[in-house]
Design a protein around this ligand. Structure first.
Ligand code: NAD
Ligand code: GLY
Length: 363
């Protein structure tokens, strides 16, 4: 392990640390042991991550004398289901888990959300620790306590805010992450620059090649910066009540429509976010909020990170309809997170439909 960085999430009595290093997975036992009395841990992971990384976490927990049970869920978004939550509740009961047990989620966002939801609800809440293993989970889903499962027709519809005791990030686990998944995570990284940090966006422009090559020093810096930015948002708006946390959804209104219309699985979420960010930026251009150069900088960076930038061939009216179906999430109105300048975005309501359609036509 070298040069670990620590980011604090300030949430009064629910505050916790995110520790970011390279090769620190084998210290998982000590990490958990420092944060709770470690007697019984349930490691929840998926079929891909179990042999690659989760066993090392379980071994590390076991080496401290804890009783360790392991639950392996089929990899993939479909596993973030009520059926799996139910199955895991039953398994925890069989493992005699109680309020002194700790759930350790080792995996991407699917496992973090599912295991976190099970931890939030079993026995009215047990402790949990996040050990994220995808770039998306490193920079986004493991931080901030949103946990939950999907309903068949509504993603993330059942859930809770349940903060972990800590987040242990080992960027070396990304070595085994498929290229496409890795790049999809980079889209969320770019998002942080656009919405919150102009200097960070410039850093990404400078180090794009190092990031594409997964250079550990660049990765540690990027993961730490994104966690810092997200932690600050979460500290101010933990439950998304003042509109600040909603800024993290830049590009997502377009992205969700693209994902839904293409059929889930066609685009990875981060890929749709890359296209969605550019669409949102073009919409901001049309509304006179930013100039063309602003969109071009994002376009150039996303291309260098080998992310898709072109709107797929889909009828604009169909995409608009999909956005309107999504509108219940936004209290019945079509709203967009739109940039004002690099590092600053705003929630804009009542955007004329013809402008949205024009963007979908020209994108
Ligand atoms: P994922 O968990 O499905 O992981 C992607 C794939 O990579 C899976 O096949 C997984 O098995 C595999 N994998 C994971 N780590 C690996 C590794 N180190 N090496 C090899 N393979 C590995 O997907 P994801 O992109 O991490 O997360 C997406 C989920 O996160 C969605 O359900 C989304 O709703 C959720 N999410 C939640 C939040 C939040 O705040 N809670 C934020 C963003 C996204
Ligand atoms: N990924 C959005 C949030 O955590 O609020």
């Amino acid at each position: 392990m070298n040069d670990a960085l620590t980011v604090q999430v300030q949430l009064s009595e629910r505050s916790y640390e995110i520790v970011i290093g390279t090769g620190n997975l084998t210290a998982a036992g000590a990490f958990v042991g420092q944060r709770c009395k470690l007697t019984h841990a349930i490691v929840i992971t998926d079929t891909n991550v179990a042999p690659l990384h989760a066993r090392r976490v379980a071994d590390s927990l076991g080496s401290l004398g804890a009783r360790v049970d392991e639950e392996v869920i089929e990899a993939g978004e479909a596993s973030k289901s009520v059926a799996n939550a139910d199955r895991l509740w039953q398994r925890l009961l069989q493992h005699k888990a109680d309020r002194k047990s700790v759930v350790v989620a080792v995996g991407g966002g699917v496992i973090g959300d599912l295991a976190g939801f099970v931890a939030a609800t079993y026995a009215r809440g047990v402790a949990f620790v996040q050990v994220p293993t995808t770039l998306l989970a490193h920079v986004d889903s493991s931080v901030g306590g949103k946990v939950g499962v999907n309903l068949p027709d509504a993603k993330n519809m059942v859930g809770a805010f349940w903060q972990p005791l800590g987040v242990l990030i080992d960027t070396a686990v990304l070595d085994t992450l498929p290229d496409r998944e890795y790049r999809a995570g980079l889209a969320e990284v770019v998002k942080y620059g656009v919405i919150l940090d102009a200097e960070f966006f410039r850093y990404l422009e400078d180090r794009a090649d190092d990031l594409a090559a997964r250079r550990p020093d660049a990765l540690r810096h990027v993961v730490a910066r994104c966690c810092r930015l997200k932690a600050d948002v979460v500290a101010q708006d933990e439950r998304e009540t003042i509109g600040l946390r909603a800024m993290l959804n830049y590009g997502h209104t377009f992205a969700h429509a693209i994902e839904a219309e293409a059929g889930y699985g066609e685009f990875l979420h981060g890929e749709a976010v890359a296209i969605g960010m550019l669409a949102a930026s073009r919409l901001a251009e049309r509304l006179g909020r930013v100039d063309r150069r602003f969109t071009e900088r994002q376009d150039a960076l996303l291309r260098r990170l080998k992310l898709p930038v072109a709107m797929p061939a889909m009828a604009p009216e169909v995409l608009l309809e999909a956005m309107q179906r999504d509108k219940k999430v936004a209290h019945g109105r079509l709203r967009f997170v739109l940039p004002k300048q690099m590092g600053q975005v705003e929630l804009v309501g009542d955007v004329p439909e013809e402008d949205v359609l024009a963007v979908l036509q020209t994108a």
